[in-house]
Ligand binder design. Structure first.
Ligand SMILES: *Cc1c(COP(=O)(O)O)cnc(C)c1O
Length: 491
């Protein structure tokens, strides 16, 4: 099978604005004649709010509008149009059944202020989802409120802080964060008022217990670790590190945004983790990209439960209610209950796969990443040659002699019809290409991706100038990213 360029899909160079095709008097919609006497706007609205001149809206027919927006949508790349190997993002396919369930009118029509006795179904779903996530993580309680992974981190670190204040009379001042942590980890610690003590990864890409022990003292609130780390490697010593941290009165936070790799295979709670977040919009298959909405539930061990955000869902007999009476709570992290429709999607995903299905997700995600690693390592430099988890990190080291950089490789992939992987991250690897295939791609698609990558590696030798020009197929060619950042034009 060959990797074909996306071709004509992206080749529509016409880009008229609706305004340009506007024809005076053209209509896409006929409003029925009113039976109600028209209201004089001047009687209803204050003078300053009244429009003095026509709005100048485009006058277009229904086909004009449909074609315009369909064309725009085809310029976009999405998981529905092809493989999306963006590392650290888990752009997996979102089963349509989740969407159907999230659109049930009983859920979409529910007002957040509906009294508990009329919202029993929604509360039962939240209650059960909390139990499922607790079971999956091996922890005791879960808050579903945070609206993103980073938001969950802040929530979790604030709970750690509250626990220290209660246990030790002070929050302590430092958190140990490995260099291979996701960038949001040190940021969340800083926002919660902690200073960050950095720890380097060992030669095989993972944190060594001795390094943590050296930095651990009675002013360290905890150890915050991304696992699997941003090199796509499992932190093998996490259990031993947890013992060191606990012995000095600290807590272990695990960034579990990428639970995809370990789902059903191991449970962070069993490894000594006290608090962690998970990204429903990655592992639990709710659509993401383009800025949200997301959902970053936080799971905690029982000793941190008194500090959960309010309200929590409680079950009494066969009835559910929201409870605000939690004296130690860190307060509210978000209005109402978080992004509820995301919770519905995650619930549907977990129920439709079941325990065996979830385990299979992790197995295939890891297998797919290792398959790509083995097939690509002859063509691209692999900095850590050991079994990876759900993603692999390559670099542009072999291509540098031809003057080709990571960015050029990523841009050329667009011409071959693939979304580029994550580039220049993790920061600890120079010229990184971070590839996460996810479990939703078939072997045939993975082989197409490999073929595209191999052809690009060959082009680096034969015609590196082609890569400098890329992408040439889509409507938008290579952007001047510096200029775009400095002179932002949003319309
Ligand atoms: C995506 C990700 C985050 C941040 O999640 P957001 O929902 O984007 O805030 C944090 N840590 C890791 C490891 C991630 O992959």
């Amino acid at each position: 099978m060959t990797a074909e360029p996306i071709g004509t899909r992206g080749l529509v160079h016409r880009e008229p604005l609706l305004r340009d095709i506007s024809v005076e008097g053209r209509r896409g919609l006929d409003l029925p004649g009113g039976e109600v006497a028209p209201v004089d706007p001047a009687e209803v609205f204050p003078d300053w709010a009244l429009r003095r001149a026509p709005a100048g809206l485009p006058e277009v027919s229904e086909p004009d509008v449909v074609r315009h927006f369909t064309r725009l949508s085809q310029w976009n790349y999405s998981i529905d149009s092809g493989m999306y190997p963006l590392g650290s993002c888990t752009m997996k396919y979102n089963p349509r059944v989740n969407e159907t369930v999230a659109r049930l009118p009983g859920f979409t029509g529910l007002h957040p202020r509906t009294p508990d006795h009329l919202a029993q179904g929604a509360l039962a779903l939240m209650y059960d989802l909390e139990r499922y996530l607790a079971e999956i993580t091996g922890l005791d309680r879960v808050t579903l409120q945070p609206a993103a992974g980073a938001h969950g981190e802040l929530c979790g670190v604030l709970m750690m802080r509250a626990w220290h204040v209660k246990e030790h009379g002070c929050p302590r001042s430092k958190v140990i964060v490995p260099e291979s942590a996701h960038g949001t980890n040190p940021a969340s610690c800083a926002i919660a008022g902690y200073s960050v003590v950095s720890v380097k990864n060992g030669p095989d890409g993972i944190v060594e217990p001795e390094q943590v022990a050296e930095r651990m003292d009675d002013d360290v609130a905890g150890f915050m670790v991304t696992c699997p780390n941003t090199l796509g490697l499992f932190e093998r010593h996490i259990g031993e590190i947890a013992e060191i941290v606990h012995a000095a009165g600290g807590l272990v936070y695990m960034d579990g945004a990428n639970l995809n790799a370990i789902l059903g295979a191991t449970r962070p709670g069993d490894l000594g983790v006290d608090v962690m977040h998970l990204n429903l919009h990655k592992t639990f298959s709710t659509p993401h990209g383009g800025g949200g909405p997301g959902s970053g539930p936080v799971a905690v061990r029982a000793n941190l439960a008194p500090y959960l955000p309010i309200p929590v869902v409680v079950k009494e007999g066969d009835r559910y209610r929201l409870d605000d009476d939690l004296p130690g709570t860190i307060g509210k992290m978000r209005s109402f209950y978080g992004n509820f429709a995301m919770l519905v999607r995650a619930y549907a995903y977990i129920r439709s796969l079941g325990p065996e299905g979830l385990k299979r997700v992790a197995e295939i995600a890891v297998l797919n990443a290792n398959y790509l690693k083995e097939r690509l390592k002859a063509h691209y430099h692999l900095p850590f040659d050991r079994p990876c988890m759900h993603e692999l990190v390559l670099t542009d080291k072999f291509q540098q002699a031809a003057g080709v950089k990571t960015l050029d490789i990523a841009k050329r992939l667009i011409d071959y019809g693939f979304h580029p992987p994550t580039v220049y991250f993790p920061l600890v690897v120079h010229g990184a290409l971070m590839i996460e295939p996810t479990e939703s791609e078939s072997k045939a698609t993975l082989d197409q991706f490999v073929e595209a990558m191999v052809r690009i590696a060959e082009e680096c030798v034969a015609s590196p100038e082609v890569l400098k020009e890329a992408p040439t197929k889509p409507v938008r060619r290579r952007l001047d990213e510096t200029r775009a950042a400095r002179r932002l034009v949003l319309k």
